[in-house]
Design a protein around this ligand. Structure first.
Ligand SMILES: Nc1ncnc2c1ncn2[C@@H]1O[C@H](COP(=O)(O)OP(=O)(O)OP(=O)(O)O)[C@@H](O)[C@H]1O
Length: 863
């Protein structure tokens, strides 16, 4: 822009500035006042109503345009670039020289050329920011006569300051544009119009002065009026011209605006394009960088590869050199070895050759020596033979002498033998006599033998008799034993206190006393937990219980089994026997019943060995064992295999006539050997349902029942027996509050407690039934009394209801809990103080059972 300015001629700038200034100061009022001031008060301002447009300086330019329409117009600095080629009315407007209002930079190289008709007003150009440079050679605008200049010429004199001001709107342009504006004159006469000044007769003829004494020329009103009229017409023309200019300027303005909008749009597009290009540039740069990077990496990789290859080559050549060296060494070594071998072989051959020669030499010398030796020996032998022969000769001589002597002696002996023969004949005769005597004694000996045989037979008979007597004695013993058992009662209770477990050393133990007595211990005292009464006094209650036997913590399973072995024997004798262990969780039930040396394995061993013993007395037994558990009131087979559809369902069936219980689909094993017995126990224990509770780490969550059915027959006596041994390891009784179990464990515990309480109910009902039957003077207990007709709910002879059906366990043991069976209950006691409440509950339950008298046991089968 600055360069454009500098290039603009000063005359143009001045004109342009003056026009702008003039335009700024123009107003209708000022125009009017200036007009009156310039033409005098008596003259009315032109009737065309000088509007603001009138005073606009562009009209002066328009006038000039009008006068110079044929001339080339002032061109803008931009227009000059291509204006010459396009013609006088066409101009190239360079966008680069436009001052864009939004401050965006136009593309440097992208000149946008718009062919437009140039505005005819400088003010318009200026408003658009276009700088117009006059075409060289054309007339300077400053010199153009204008209305202002014309009017200025009408000024009344130098006294009117406004008239002197070049920018005053009162400077109305002179009507004749052709008149060159000269220096301001301080006379009243208006600027002469060309045509008038040239022809004014007054001026030529006579000069008229204002006053006589004044040298001021008076003005001719008519002439002035005529001038004014012309000026007025001129002004009207100028005004019209100005209006046209204005319209054109507006058009140009509109076209510039649209151009600007287009340019703006283009600028935007270009900006976007530029941004896109920049992005592209950035992308390209980035790609270039990436390419450079990858190139660099490739170069580095190549270098590394070359390095690697070189290294590999070095290594390879080194290894080849090394292998060559090794080969050389090896070859040398082989060579050396071969030479050594050859040497050795040669030496060996030499040695063997020498040794062979030496051997041959030795052999030859040996042979010579041997030959010599043989000859010597032959010689010696010959000598010996000669000596022997001579000795033989000597001996024969001696023999001959001796033979001669013997002959003499024989002759003497023959003489004496004759005498001996006579004696011998006499002794032969004596022996003959003896033989005859012995032959006569043999008869008596045979008789003695027969007597002995007779005596032996008598002894055998006596032995058989004794055996029979023994059998009878045995039977009597058993009878007596069973009678003792019967007298002892049908249900007996043993109490066992387990020792404290090692891991529970820190646990406080309860005060449990087993009073010493000369006989077997039967009593137990338990000091109960501390209780605070309503007065706040702390008291402890001592509970005393009596059972059939009490075992202290030192007693072992073997001692306990001794006590029950007779009961086991009863099963072989044809009784239904039921032994069960009752007690809280962790009190030692499983340890007593099912551990390796517990009651179940011991019982099985005893039964097995006893049955073998009884074989000699004509008894043969078949033993069928099954092992089940009652878990959550469901029966499970501990010896069976689960089917495809999970555990099988088992049902308990009672044969009310034979008083026999069977379980459907249960595995029953024939126990033929001791090993088999041990095996099924291990299998059953592994399958038993156990779980950890707060009370015991591995708590049995089910009642396990080992059922051994024993059927015996005596081939001698023809008797038969049928007994069942039920060995029951009950699940641990525990209070829910103590065991702190939840969910499935809670259900288990509830089922366990329910079935245990059912067991108590059955035993209680059996006791009541017994009481009722003995009170009514009923006869001996009938096993079938304990059951009703197939309903499963027993009713004794006393008519009492036995609730066997209330739990699976009691229903299963229906024929083993009652009159025809022998029942032994172990109540297990844990010595820990924390178990005291449970211990006392268990002992109370056992005490009740112990006090219950349930009929008299009867064999289930005669024998
Ligand atoms: N007389 C004993 N001598 C030594 N340890 C014993 C004796 N009695 C029980 N124990 C031990 O005490 C622990 C608990 O015993 P056991 O599992 O037999 O209890 P439980 O009454 O069967 O419990 P649960 O009803 O929860 O099955 C076991 O570790 C066992 O070895």
């Amino acid at each position: 822009m600055s360069s454009t300015h500098s290039r603009t001629p000063s005359s143009f700038s001045q004109s342009h500035r003056s026009n702008s200034q003039y335009s700024r100061n123009t107003s209708s009022s000022t125009t009017a006042s200036a007009f009156s001031a310039s033409v005098g008060s008596g003259i009315r301002p032109p009737s065309i109503h000088a509007s603001s447009n009138l005073a606009r300086p562009k009209s002066s330019l328009a006038k000039e345009r009008a006068t110079r329409m044929a001339d080339s117009r002032p061109a803008t600095s931009l227009g000059t670039r291509g204006g010459n080629q396009e013609g006088p009315n066409k101009r190239m407007v360079s966008i680069s020289n436009l001052s864009l209002p939004f401050g965006a930079r136009a593309p440097v190289n992208g000149s946008v050329c718009i062919q437009k008709r140039l505005p005819r007003s400088f003010s318009t150009n200026k408003a658009l920011g276009l700088h117009v440079r006059p075409v060289p050679g054309k007339r300077d605008l400053s010199s153009t006569s204008s209305i202002t200049n014309g009017l200025a010429d009408l000024s009344l004199g130098p006294e009117t300051p406004k008239a002197k001001q070049p920018d005053s709107p009162s400077r109305i342009p002179r009507p004749s544009p052709c008149t060159p504006s000269g220096p301001e004159k301080h006379h009243f006469a208006p600027q002469p119009f060309p045509k008038l000044t040239a022809t004014s007769p007054r001026k030529k003829q006579k000069e008229v002065f204002l006053t006589k004494y004044s040298d001021l020329e008076a003005w001719d009103p008519e002439e002035q009026y005529g001038n004014m009229e012309r000026m007025y017409e001129d002004v009207c023309r100028h005004y019209k011209q100005a209006m046209e200019d204005n319209v054109e300027a507006k058009e140009v303005n509109t076209s510039y605006k649209s151009t600007i909008a287009n340019l703006e749009q283009e600028r935007k597009d270009l900006t976007e394009a530029m941004i896109a290009l920049r992005c592209e540039l950035e992308t390209t740069k980035y790609r270039l960088e990436a390419a450079e990077r990858s190139n660099h990496e490739l170069k580095r990789d190549n270098e590394e590869e070359v390095e690697d290859l070189k290294r590999q080559h070095r290594i390879d050549s080194e290894s080849i050199r090394q292998s060559h060296r090794e080969d050389m060494d090896r070859l040398k070594a082989d060579h050396r070895e071969e030479i050594r071998d050859l040497k050795r072989r040669l030496e060996e051959e030499l040695e063997s050759e020498r040794s062979q020669r030496l051997q041959a030499l030795a052999q030859v010398s040996t042979q010579g020596a041997l030959e010599k030796q043989r000859h010597e020996m032959d010689l010696q032998t010959k000598d010996q033979e000669i000596r022997t022969i001579s000795m033989e000769v000597e001996r024969l001589k001696v023999d001959l002498e001796r033979e001669q002597m013997l002959n003499d002696e024989l002759r003497q002996n023959l003489a004496s033998a004759g005498t001996t023969a006579v004696a011998m004949e006499s002794s032969r005769q004596a022996l003959q006599a003896k033989i005859e005597y012995l032959e006569s004694d043999n008869k008596s000996q045979s008789e003695a033998y027969a007597a002995m045989e007779r005596r032996m037979n008598e002894a055998l008979e006596k032995a058989t008799e004794c055996e029979e007597k023994l059998r009878k004695e045995e039977m009597l013993r058993r009878k007596l034993h069973n009678q003792v058992q019967e007298l002892k009662g049908n249900i007996r209770v043993f109490c066992r206190v387990r020792p404290t477990i090692n891991s529970d050393q820190s646990e406080e133990t309860a005060k449990i006393t087993i009073p010493e007595s000369e006989e077997e211990a039967k009593d137990i005292e338990v000091k109960g937990p501390e209780e605070t009464n309503s007065l706040g006094k702390v008291t402890t209650k001592t509970h005393q219980f009596s059972f059939d036997r009490v075992f202290d913590p030192t007693s072992n399973n073997a001692e306990i089994f001794e006590e029950i072995s007779q009961l086991i024997q009863s099963a072989l004798d044809g009784y239904n026997v039921c032994i069960f262990a009752y007690g809280q969780t962790g009190s030692g039930k499983t340890f007593t019943m099912s551990s390796d040396d517990g009651m179940i394995p011991r019982a099985l061993r005893q039964i097995y060995s006893t049955s073998k013993e009884l074989e000699s007395r004509g008894w043969t037994y078949t033993m069928e064992g099954s092992f089940v558990e009652v878990y959550n009131e469901e029966l499970r087979d501990l010896l069976g295999k689960d089917g495809d559809n999970g555990p099988k369902k088992h049902e308990i069936r009672h044969d009310m006539t034979a008083c026999e219980t069977t379980i459907t689909d249960v595995t029953t094993l024939n126990l033929d050997s001791q090993e088999q017995v041990e095996g099924i126990l291990a299998q059953a224990m592994a399958r038993r349902s156990v779980a950890a509770t707060k009370a015991n780490e591995r708590s049995s969550r089910s009642h396990s029942v080992f059922i051994l059915k024993l059927a015996g027959s005596n081939s001698i006596t023809g008797k038969k027996s049928k007994g069942t041994l039920n060995l029951v390891d009950l699940a641990g009784s525990e209070r829910l509050s103590h065991s702190k179990v939840e969910g499935a464990r809670l259900k288990e515990t509830q089922n366990i407690n329910k079935s245990l309480s059912c067991l108590g109910d059955v035993i209680g009902a059996l006791g009541q039934q017994q009481q009722a039957s003995s009170g009514s003077g009923a006869g001996p207990f009938n096993p079938r009394d304990s059951v009703n007709n197939g309903s499963g709910s027993g009713s004794g002879s006393g008519g009492g209801h036995i609730p066997y059906r209330n739990s699976k366990l009691t229903y299963l043991l229906q024929f083993s809990l009652g009159g025809n069976s022998k029942t032994l209950m172990f109540v297990m006691v844990a010595p820990e103080k924390k178990c005291l409440p449970e211990t006392i509950t268990s002992l109370k339950f056992a005490d009740k059972v112990s006090r219950t008298r349930i009929g008299v046991a009867r064999k289930s089968g005669g024998r």
